[in-house]
Design a protein around this ligand. Sequence first.
Ligand code: BES
Ligand code: ZN
Ligand code: ZN
Length: 503
Amino acid sequence: MKTELLFKPAAAVSSELLAVFAVDNNTSKDKDAKPDIALLTSEDGLKKAASFVLSTGEFKADANETLLLHAPEGLKAARLLIVGLGKAGKATPHDLRKAAGTAARFAKPRGIKSVTIAAPATGFDAQMAVRAIAEGSVVADFDSDTYRTDRKDRSIESVSIVVPESFDKAAAETGHREGVIVAESQNFARTLINEPGNRMTPTILGSKAAEMAKEFGLKCEVYGADKLHELKMGAFWSVSQGSDEPPALIVMTYEPEGGASGPVMGLVGKGITFDTGGISIKPSEGMEKMKYDMAGGAAMIGAMRAIAQLKPKIKVIGVVCAAENMPSGKAQKPGDIQIAMSGKSIEIINTDAEGRLVLADGLHYARQLGATHLIDAATLTGAVAIALGQINAGVFANDNDAFQHFSNALEVSGEKFWRLPVEDEYREQIRSSIADIQNTGQTRYGGAITAAMFLKEFVEDTPWLHLDIAGLAWLDADKSWIARGPSGIGVRSIVEWVRSYAD
Ligand code: BES
Ligand code: ZN
Ligand code: ZN
């Protein structure tokens, strides 16, 4: 999909579909109050074309509500799509991102190939508005049905964003550029996550990362089992030992031009390309979903792709620990003791708690490579979805300043994460009678927290954030602005978090 900015009136743009946003100016809480719908444009031509239908009261401008007009009078576009943004003065750039996505996904099933979106002339900062529209429409273009032989290519060829006269041109251009880079990187992660286990082995994930790194000028090394043994990554190796597929330790490095002396950001992703549970095997119902157990790793590869293009003045190291968790005669067993790269001994209680094992070595290794700040992303626990549902993902932090940076990043990304605790009182849960720690909690309570406590053992005093995205990495149903399937959650926030530390 190609995107461009247009610096001319929307009424003068020839397009298959012109989308314009609308709000309800009647902000009274009374449910029976008549809506007072206004288009967010200063162009009289657009207002005139929509005036009759808006006066009927049938369109309420609820968030993501749509109304289509064919052959709108006085406009060059073949269709005018009005997209609701809710009550006036309430809409955020995140609502605008979704509404832009709604416009793009409205076009897709109708075979409309080129879409024009008029940025709202009032109520938004120029850079944020253009960025939100660019992100929303690029993210909306992704669909996950790639293996259907009857698949019709419904991808959108071009999205043109009409920039109102009141917007600063340079701000609009920056917003556009950043939005496209970040959203395309999110879609890149989604493409990786969407692949099934037989087509996305650790080795394949490694070669996809290397290919991406080559394209965008990152350094990338992909190591196999020998390197795990050399580094004494006993926790990581223990997960992969039951599989015929070799593990892959993926290390991507971004160095800003002219070098950097400040903080070094370490991005560590869980890349389990399929999680059967191992000897503690999962029930067969729903097991097919465990192909997305590498979504944290994919988020880091996607984030590195965006970072390579945005070029912040800060060094970034991306580490993805990729393995397949399988039962076999060579697989690890409950009760086994493994020695992590850090030297800590781990009693394996449940082989299905494998994500924390690969991350233990990944986090330690990232510190050894010089990371001064760590963030990990993982589909780590079912328990996080029990705690937070499928609206917020979980974020854990051992450092309030790092968390504050992340919280600011969420303001830009629009992704939803809720902080959960890591406190020493919980450590009791992972105490083992024969090793330093065990890989599951003594009870099922607070399962997302005990997993985070396990990881904390391997970051020591390095500022660290842990993102548990198990509940949000896969969407079970379509939304008007995003397709069902892999969501790509994490990419946008991780990129902003990294940028927030750059000079
Ligand atoms: N990959 C799973 C977590 C998961 C669950 C991801 C649902 C996505 C959706 C993880 O490896 C796992 O199996 N965790 C166990 C931990 C338990 C054995 C302590 C879990 O959540 O049940
Ligand atoms: Zn598991
Ligand atoms: Zn897993």
